[in-house]
Design a protein around this ligand. Sequence first.
Ligand code: BG6
Length: 506
Amino acid sequence: MKKPDNQIIVIFGGRGDLAIRKIIPSLHALYIQGIMPERFAILVTGRGKITDDTYRNEVKKAVAEAHTERMSHDDKGFVESFSYISMDPSVAADYNFLAERIGEARDKAGTGGNTLYYLSVPPELYKDIPRYLAHQGLNNEGDGWKRIIIEKPFGYDYASAVSLNAALLEYWNESQLYRIDHYLGKETVQNILVTRFSNGIFEPLWNRNYVNHVEITSSESLGVEKRGAYYEDTGALRDMIQNHLLHLVGFIAMEPPSSINSTSIRNELVKVFESFRPIKYEEVGSNSLRGQYSGAHVRGEWLEGYRNEANVDPASTTETFAALKVYIDNWRWGGVPFYIRTGKRLPTRVTEAVIHFKPTPHYLFSSKSRCEGCNQLIIRIQPDEGMLLRFGMKIPGAGFNVKNVNMDFHYADLASGRLPEAYERLIYDCMNGDSTLYTRSDAVLAAWRFLEPVINAWKNDPSIPLYGYPAGTWGPEKADDLIEEADLTWRYPCKNLADDGVYCEL
Ligand code: BG6
């Protein structure tokens, strides 16, 4: 893999949870693999007043705790590449100092002007930081490229996303903006494209003639942890569906791109988003479902309900579970429902997409339900990344009794060691100027536009219930009603609470 250009990396919010848990360990993993730039320096900003040495100790700790790659004595260069800048990113005057420090770092490390800015800060700062950088000329590409990575959420709804976009484009070009959705950095998400477009056998079946419905689940066993304040204003729809799950729908549903380059892939993705059948305000109740977890004992441990979590309103109506029925009105998918759901405090952590194929036109063998013998292709995004094809086989012995069996591929068998972290891949791509796995503004806006009626109806229509569900269950039972066909339910990859935290296949 090629080494990126020499560059300075500036991480705003360098002591925040994301920087410590994901960004720094990912940079370290790139360093270990020898694919950091030949010359680089990392400047991190924070409001606290600490020394470079104190921050470098935090870097060592972050790497040790991430358990990705071990820190060794040879990593001195990595640790010493960090410098800490105490500043308030919401104050314009502090950027004079930042500009000076960037200049010094460039001279010292001999990197030239290429600079990557990573906004790992609360969304309220997404307009200020790029604007103040531009006021200092720090967006000027005369002496080398300048790129900004912006974390999600990109906007709070359609109007705020449009406004954020416009504010950014006042000083920066679209080609300089890297909107991150870490799901696109997951190997298994990229593998959806490879599975579909490097195998001749799937494509002929990948359409309304053979696919009955598609189901996408992203469940987490954790609650909101320490993020109550963020989650209160966000909820499951904005936190997971607007970005991660709609992208999964996009990768599963898109047409073959003309080539594997950023523009072609992103063009196809946005076409899917623009083909979503708009959900009318009055249809929201029948096309979506929301829930919120309540307290429960799970294996002897009491788990608090959402309303009792720290920094959460005791009368909160924020959803921690969201499910949606989506149609894509185009030739390939006309009439095929895509069911998507996500939730916190469910029985296990699993993200998977299931392609449910239609039943045979005439079922010769005894079965309990119409779809007992239906084939399923299960794309396991995480954990135990892989792919599973379910099909019917004759049970040995008298008669013709059929049992569904699994052909199971584990992605780890392909990787010679660990699977790279999503952030590792995405940061590496940005350093190299490859935006394929980053979100373009038209896709972000199309996703918000599609969800707008749901957001509005959930906020304003009291007749749409917020169902409760006990922690450790698969969300409100009512969610099964979203699935149109009477004998179909969601797939429950793991029903047994004893398997919490571990992927289990029934
Ligand atoms: C983040 C959400 O984007 O994705 C979190 O803000 C969620 O609430 C996380 O927990 C899930 O990511 P992953 O990679 O663990 O599936």
